[in-house]
Design a protein around this ligand. Sequence first.
Ligand SMILES: [Zn+2]
Length: 137
Amino acid sequence: MKSSPRAKAALTAGYLAATAALAGALFFVDTRRVVLFPCIFRSITGLDCPGCGMTRAFYCLLHLDFAQAFRYNPFCFVLAPILGVAWAEGLSALLRGRAFRLNHRVAKPLLCALALLLVLFDIGRNIPACPLSYFKV
Ligand SMILES: [Zn+2]
């Protein structure tokens, strides 16, 4: 993707504005009290999905309440750095005027392992006698 300096500046500004809007929404809207994204899986099954509690966990992360973030969804500590790297890669690609490309050799096994861990975590958190049920939200 080769773009003009003006288009590159507009895309970068949009990227930063979208990031600021999302971070601002997560920071200022108390997602422990307001549901931003209702969980369809939970509303249908009554069970937590792997992402349940993630918005609240990120709210707590942004407010430096790490213990509560861990309680809501411990995978926020895995996803936050991944999202941070992806965000920085996206910004870097925009600034260089190139398309964002995922390094499949690294990303594919990492995402497969993460998906497997999330499924196992979710099964465990929905079994009442399992120690992982501590994370049921
Ligand atoms: Zn859910």
